[in-house]
Write a protein that binds this ligand. Structure first.
Ligand code: ADP
Length: 576
């Protein structure tokens, strides 16, 4: 996207801030006028003092000069504290909301393809940069306009000196322009590097327990340091390049200043200019030469602003990152029937589910077994619409899943994985997430069915106990019981258990099995089982092999007639 297009697109975030921006602009213009006028009175004051003018004249000039300085401070404070900061925080909030809204709508596949750092950097890093650059750019642009006024004023005092100033500005601007193109590229690479580095660090910290246990602490530390080092070097390269340009610009400025002093004195000695005017010019020189600093800051701001917005718009662009798509059919009285008709699906080119047919009636409990990688989890992912099928038809309650609205799917299907996500809040709040209006009685009831109640009651703070980081650490079994309770509270009709019990000890597994049995007559249940022992009593076991259902029946039937099932069973018996 071209910079102009990005800036135009970004203006949408300023729509509601027009009035505040206008006041800010007016304040900044006033600040500009004050800082433009101050040196004139400063020079006159110095001249009056050095030429022993009347005390009254000196006093008047001193009062004007002091008032201007005070006015400058007052206006600056008002503009920054009451307007700039306020606008900055509002903008920050609205862009972050936009990014987060979009991230929540993305198809699951986006989270497979991108690291967490990729998203984090856009929510936090890029939005911070935009707010910072905005803050800086607004002030600097107005200051630049003041500087242009100053140059025009110098032309009025002495056009030859005016020309020298202009010449220096043009030369330095050209020099800066030349390096800017390269800098933008360098910065883009450095920022991409940030994404991978920070995401790697986050992942490492998250997995620190395993890293210690697996004894590769030293290696992980080195990897983190190497990545940080590489990142630093990228920024260093970019900053050194920038610094070198500035050095050249500074040489030109020093030479220009000397030239202006010599020529200025010549004009004064020839009586073509007053000493006070030369003093004004000398005081203005800082302003005029800082024009380049300002110009460069504004350019950097525009570069950072557009680069960050480009990254944000890229993330939110439907063509690059597809959004979840739902239909608009809503089913009020969802029964829980699932039907796969010649369904084929692959994550990339490789097909994982192949021409699969399967019907699960409402309130039926089935088990899905098969060797690792046969596609069991994938099948559940299709039912939850985490991924869309490639061909065939997937029907829920006889309606194509793609025609159903988000509410029907999300409210009626729940999945309980091996390691359910627990939020860092109280047990009650963790449960209420899925149903904020749930009463204490409802919560207690679902916890009893999920066999979680007695454990909660054994805790000093009972349902108010904080779990997760900084709170109580739940065991795998407790997590799953909480997840089952949460699912029951949600009122879903289809419950999917993804190897939910495989990581648990036998007693816990049995108890969880009991809680599943408790509810099995009310829900459509699919249990993906790693341990066949957990589903031996299931009346319908489907055997998945290489993306296809190759058989179904009871445990005894399959054991008798299916070689693959027997192999699977024997393998497991051997493992145990
Ligand atoms: P199972 O649950 O039977 O062990 P899965 O459904 O998890 O099998 O995986 C089936 C195949 O799909 C495997 O080859 C696996 O590597 C691949 N796969 C699973 N998830 C993804 C994913 N998110 N992206 C790409 N390939 C995947």
């Amino acid at each position: 996207m071209k910079n102009k297009k990005i800036i135009k697109k970004s203006l949408i975030f300023f729509k509601d801030l027009k009035f505040k921006l206008l006041i800010l602009l007016l304040l900044q213009i006033l600040i500009g006028i004050v800082s433009f006028t101050t040196p004139i009175f400063e020079a006159r004051l110095i001249e009056a003092i050095t030429t022993f003018k009347l005390f009254k004249t000196i006093l008047v000039l001193a009062v004007i000069y002091l008032s201007l300085e005070l006015l400058y401070l007052f206006l600056s404070k008002t503009s920054v504290v009451y307007y700039l900061k306020n606008i900055k925080s509002k903008i920050l909030f609205s862009i972050r909301k936009y990014v987060i809204d979009n991230i929540f709508e993305l198809e699951t596949v986006n989270f497979d393809k991108n690291t967490t750092g990729y998203f984090e950097e856009r929510i936090i890093g890029d939005t911070n940069i935009i707010a910072k650059t905005l803050n800086s750019a607004i002030q600097r642009i107005v200051e630049m306009i003041t500087r242009i006024g100053v140059v025009i004023y110098i032309f009025f005092i002495n056009w030859i000196i005016g020309l020298i100033f202009l010449f220096i500005i043009v030369i330095t601007a050209l020099l800066k322009n030349k390096v800017d193109v390269k800098n933008k590229e360098n910065l883009k690479i450095a920022r991409q590097n940030d994404d991978t580095t920070y995401s790697f660090i986050t992942e490492t910290i998250r997995g620190i327990r395993d890293i210690k246990l697996l004894n590769f602490k030293r290696y992980a530390k080195k990897e983190v340091m190497d990545k940080l080092d590489e990142n630093n070097n990228k920024y260093n390269e970019f900053q050194i390049y920038d610094y070198k340009t500035w050095n050249h610009i500074n040489y030109i400025i020093i030479i220009g200043t000397v030239l202006i002093i010599i020529i200025g004195f010549k004009f004064v000695s020839l009586g073509l200019m007053s000493l006070a005017d030369l003093m004004v010019i000398y005081l203005y020189r800082v302003y005029v030469f800082s024009f380049m600093d300002l110009y460069s800051v504004v350019k950097d701001c525009i570069r950072d602003y557009t680069l960050s917005f480009e990254r944000i718009f890229d993330l939110c662009d439907d063509k690059k990152h597809q959004k979840d798509k739902f239909g608009n059919i809503h089913i009020d009285d969802f029964k829980g029937k699932i039907e796969f008709r010649n369904v084929t699906f692959g994550y990339s080119k490789k097909e994982v589910i192949k021409d699969l047919n399967l019907i699960i009636k409402p309130k039926e409990t089935i088990a899905l077994v098969g060797s690792s990688g046969s596609g069991k989890t994938t099948l559940l992912n299709l039912i939850t619409k985490s991924y869309d099928i490639d061909s065939g038809e997937l029907l829920l309650d006889n309606k194509n899943i793609n025609d159903l609205d988000e509410k029907t799917i999300r409210e009626n299907i729940s999945i309980i994985t091996q390691n359910p996500y627990i939020f860092n809040m109280s047990i009650e709040d963790n449960l209420k997430l899925v149903k904020p209006s749930a009463t204490k009685k409802e919560i207690e009831e679902v916890c009893k069915i999920a066999k979680f109640y007695d454990y909660v009651m054994s805790l000093p703070d009972k349902f108010n106990t904080i779990i997760g980081e900084g709170g109580i650490n739940l065991s795998g079994g407790q997590r799953q019981r909480l997840a089952i309770a949460r699912t029951l509270l949600k009122g879903a009709k289809i419950l999917l258990f993804d190897e939910a019990t495989s990581a648990l000890d036998n007693i816990t597994q049995k108890e969880i099995q009991e809680s599943i049995d408790n509810i099995s007559s009310d829900y459509t249940i699919i249990i993906v089982a790693h341990r066949l022992s957990t589903i031996i009593n299931c009346e319908k076991i489907y055997l998945l092999d290489n993306g296809k259902i190759i058989d179904n029946g009871t445990h005894q039937e399959l054991l008798k007639r299916n070689k693959k099932y027997k192999e699977l069973y024997n393998l497991e018996s051997k493992d145990n």
